[in-house]
Ligand binder design. Structure first.
Ligand code: ATP
Length: 498
């Protein structure tokens, strides 16, 4: 539903305090102005720079109300009892915390039911003081959808050949999803200046910048694919199948995502990044730590904002790395860290359950003991996979990948097997190339996690046993206890050798 339709409903239902969250105030105000013209409602708007303005005099300043408090007080004297009047307060979150403003708004919003006056705060944030919480309803000004983005692109690329057609246009629109109208216009215009036509690479570049500005999400633009990852066959096949192109009938079931649990360095992050490329989706990384805000309500607000951007960027892969670190304060009781992690977890869980956007979530975790049980209950994810220390054939595949990548001789002897992870195999090859020494010598400088963290690796495997699917063997649950115990025995037999 469009902003003006939702606003009209709320005005008719006589919600006299309305908070509109928007990153595009001019666009939102334009929609409100159109609504008021259509319905013959009065409209006043206020901002700190131009003071109070009426519909008819938009653009002209009325400097008699530069003060935010006076703007609220002015509402009653400016209204017509025969029709509703809307007062739009731009960026009012900057002024709303003073006791005088809180009092004035409380009175005005309550009085509005009789005088048919409506206070509308237009802000990029939702930060409502506790005293006013019950007096406001919140509406979101949605980012432009694909058809609106296409309209913007067509209005900018008017010469023949400037706008790509068919699948290329689809890629441009995919790339532009999540941008505001203003940002999309900028991206399309820059593209024309640079290439004489709208080009997906420029749109992606602008989008990466936009996400960086939010400080919450980054867009991964690497070139890794599944071919760069040795093994993990079951996990690769599962995700490929879940994200296969769908017919309209089969698209009723949306894939949710996977939770990857595993030994450090076994390729969990590398898999998430390769999945986007492999399935033609943008991979967004959510920084759970950056969601934590110092002010009350800030964490939930940031979480909602990040998820809103993610929704708008569909189709996408959302990668949440080491999710347990951000959520470790969340216990079922909500007692620790003042409940901030718990509330963030709540927002995240509701989104995981309810989102209808085509976003596939890949969460990774190294420490299961810190994961809130609510996150891993059945149905939250499509699959819970365990990435174990690689087996023989997987290790061989990984050696081959990195020997080729670092230009090492194919037939040179491999170091003794010390339960290497993919990350350690890569480190051995990198060192051999850097120091120009044989692999066996380079490996002496690499200490495997199977030795440095033997106990936690064994604990992780025990937990995964019969709970997680193997990332390597299709449809098989991990029997961590047996293989873990075997590895443990081997390690303890000859710790130096291992
Ligand atoms: N199966 C694999 N095939 C090829 N490379 C791998 C494999 N596993 C790990 N690597 C390489 O090891 C490095 C570290 O991997 P990655 O960061 O994905 O591990 P991780 O499991 O996410 O570790 P952590 O839990 O510590 O974040 C990457 O460069 C990755 O490419």
């Amino acid at each position: 539903m469009l902003l003006n339709e939702r606003l009209a409903e709320n005005v008719r239902a006589c919600f006299t305090g309305i908070w509109i969250q928007s990153h595009e105030h001019d666009e939102a105000l334009l929609e409100i102005t159109r609504l008021c013209h259509g319905e013959d409602w009065g409209l006043l708007s206020w901002d700190i720079d131009r003071g109070l303005q009426g519909t008819e005099v938009l653009g002209e300043s009325d400097s008699s109300y530069p003060d935010p408090l006076a703007a609220i007080h002015s509402l009653n004297s400016q209204t017509n009892p025969d029709r509703p009047t809307l007062l739009v307060l731009k960026n009012f979150h900057r002024f709303i915390n003073s006791p005088e403003i809180i009092q004035a708004l409380t009175q005005q919003i309550s009085l509005g039911k009789q005088t048919r006056t409506f206070v509308i705060v237009l802000s990029s944030l939702v930060q409502i003081p506790t005293e006013l919480e019950k007096l406001f309803v919140c509406l979101e000004h949605d980012l432009p959808d694909r058809s609106q983005l296409e309209e913007i692109a067509r209005s900018i690329a008017m010469e023949t050949g400037e706008l790509p057609e068919g699948p290329e246009l689809e890629r441009v629109l995919d790339a532009a999803c999540g941008l505001t109208r203003y940002e999309a216009e900028g991206a399309f215009s820059l593209s024309l200046v640079r290439h004489g036509r709208i080009d997906v690479s420029v749109v992606l570049e602008l989008k990466a910048q936009t996400l960086l500005k939010s400080g919450l999400l980054t867009l991964h633009s690497g070139s890794e694919s599944f071919g760069d990852l040795g093994g993990l066959e079951s996990l690769k096949a599962f995700c490929r199948r879940a994200l296969r192109p769908r017919t309209q009938e089969s698209s009723a079931v949306r894939p949710r995502g996977v939770l990857l649990l595993g030994v450090p360095g076994t390729g969990k992050s590398a898999f998430a990044k390769a999945l986007g490329r492999e399935t033609g989706r943008a991979t967004l990384t959510l920084d759970v730590g950056a969601l934590m805000g110092a002010l009350v309500g800030q964490t939930e607000e940031r979480t909602r904002r990040a998820l809103r951007i993610v929704d708008a960027m569909q189709p996408a892969v959302l990668f949440i790395d080491e999710v347990e670190k951000g959520l470790s304060g969340a216990s079922s009781s909500g007692q620790s860290d003042s409940g901030v992690s718990t509330r963030m977890l709540g927002t995240l869980l509701s989104w995981l359950n309810d989102h209808t956007s085509d976003v596939f979530v890949v969460c990774t975790a190294n420490d299961i003991s810190k994961l809130p049980p609510e996150l891993i209950r059945a149905e939250r994810f499509d699959g819970l996979f365990f990435l174990d220390l690689p087996g023989d054939s997987q290790k061989q595949a990984i050696w081959n990948i990195y020997r080729a990548q670092y230009d090492l001789m194919e037939n040179q002897q491999l170091p003794e097997d010390r339960h290497w992870t993919g990350s350690e195999i890569r480190a051995c090859c990198r060192l051999a190339a850097l120091l120009d020494v044989p692999l066996t010598q380079a490996a002496e400088n690499v200490v495997p996690v199977a030795i440095t963290a033997a106990e936690s690796v064994a604990r992780l495997r025990r937990w995964a046993s019969n709970r997680c699917l193997s990332a390597e063997q299709p449809g098989v649950f991990v029997h961590g206890e047996r293989s873990g115990a075997r590895a443990q025995r081997k390690l303890s037999r000859d710790p130096r050798r291992n």
